[in-house]
Unconditional design. Structure first.
Length: 405
């Protein structure tokens, strides 16, 4: 989204502009005789009141953003559903031709979590086309025409959901631009009338002069949105760049991005804070000085985890008609984990596990490799993220038979 804050003619919140404009209208009504000397009549006050009333009821970005978030959630849910379908389709290819076959590798599903939405849609269509082309051969692995029809329908639904998200984002841009224009129009009249009001009362009445002083543009300089707003998960520390013009900062949290509560107010540009574990929350910060608050930094949205559980339901099995067979290991996702370390121990068949070694780190909840003849292959996994290492999963094992040839 464009930085429309930079296009605004004022550097304080819209509610503050509305409140101050209403105060100026009241002051002008009181002083309308004095304003008449400058050609400003009661009609000018009425027109400004009409403008600011329309601006006050204009939908806020927070309100419009709810539709954007809803569309994004719908799109993300459809992507996750499609990932499950793609993995199931890929499993059939692995069963029929093997994990190391050119056909399996041509599916290109290893890095699904790293694909953009557009790239994921393209990959999903490619997988569908592959499965449709090979539906006769893959019927032995349970592929049906109904499954293909369902996949095709859900790809179309995902495409529609992505288009809906783009439309909502475009509508937000349009309304934000319109809101900025309305705010600048109100502010233009306010600055003009305040200049007249200060001229009228300069050296005559300090209190009435003060009614026309616009705060937020003077003092130690206007404060702007803090830069480099970040959270250090390892240190449990919020931080942002200090501003020379700021005297303090306000840090807020929200469960939904709409209703906010203050969690810190002070002069430091850091704050130690341990969020509730496993809860997605929104965070924002802004600076202030005697002139008022500046704009908010871009929101941070994340869930913090004070620990990572052990992955459940780990299982190992063999697939493929070639020798050696493919060992497939699967496990349940762990909340908060972004990757998984896979450990393996290879011992003679029927023997207990020996020394485990780390063999790979993957973002998927599955791993495959060729088996070793007449060996028992043990595996366990550990979920990790940038600041936590989870508990070890239970071990799963599989015996690899001798070469029947």
């Amino acid at each position: 989204m464009a930085n429309y804050d930079s296009l605004r003619d004022y550097r304080f919140d819209d509610p503050d502009l509305i409140e101050f404009t209403q105060h100026v209208c009241d002051s002008m009504t009181r002083d309308i005789t004095n304003f008449g000397v400058f050609g400003i009549t009661a009609l000018a006050v009425t027109n400004l009141e009409t403008l600011v009333s329309a601006f006050e009821i204009f939908p806020t970005d927070d309100y419009i953003m709810q539709d954007v978030k809803s569309a994004t959630l719908s799109k993300d849910q459809k992507i996750e559903e499609m990932k499950v379908i793609i993995r199931q389709m890929a499993a059939r290819v692995a069963l029929h031709w093997g994990n190391n076959s050119p056909k399996y590798k041509s599916l290109g599903i290893a890095d699904m979590s790293k694909l953009s939405d557009a790239a994921f849609l393209s990959m999903a269509r490619m997988v569908y086309a592959f499965m449709f082309e090979n539906k006769t051969e893959l019927a032995a692995e349970g592929l049906t025409t109904g499954m293909l029809t369902d996949m095709d329908t859900k790809i179309d639904a995902l495409d529609d959901a992505k288009r809906e998200q783009i439309e909502k984002l475009s509508f937000r841009e349009e309304k934000t631009e319109e809101r900025v224009g309305k705010g600048n129009e109100v502010y233009g009249y306010v600055t003009k009338y305040c200049d007249i009001g200060k001229t009228i009362w300069n050296g005559v009445n300090a209190a009435k002069y003060g009614d026309y002083v616009i705060y937020g543009t003077g003092g130690g300089g206007a404060v702007v949105a803090p830069t480099n707003f970040a959270y250090n998960f390892a240190a449990n520390l919020f931080s942002w760049d200090a501003q020379a013009a700021a005297t303090s900062y306000q840090l807020e949290a929200s469960d939904n991005g709409v209703d906010w509560s203050e969690i810190y107010a002070g002069a430091d540009a850091t704050h130690v804070y341990i969020p509730a574990s496993g809860v997605v929350k929104h965070y924002r910060v802004r600076a202030r000085n005697a002139s008022g608050f500046g704009a908010y930094a871009a929101e941070l949205v994340f869930a913090y985890y004070d620990s990572l559980a052990a992955s459940a339901n780990i299982a190992a099995g063999l697939s493929g008609s070639d020798f050696p067979p493919i060992v497939n290991v699967n496990w349940d996702a762990v909340a908060g984990a972004t990757e998984y370390r896979v450990y393996r121990s290879i011992v003679p068949a029927t023997q207990p596990a020996g020394t485990y070694i780390l063999i790979t780190t993957t973002a998927d909840t599955m791993f495959a490799e060729p088996g070793v003849e007449l060996k028992r292959m043990y595996y366990y996994v550990v979920g990790i993220n940038s600041y936590r290492t989870g508990a070890d999963s239970a071990a799963a094992w599989v015996d690899v038979p001798a070469n029947p040839a």
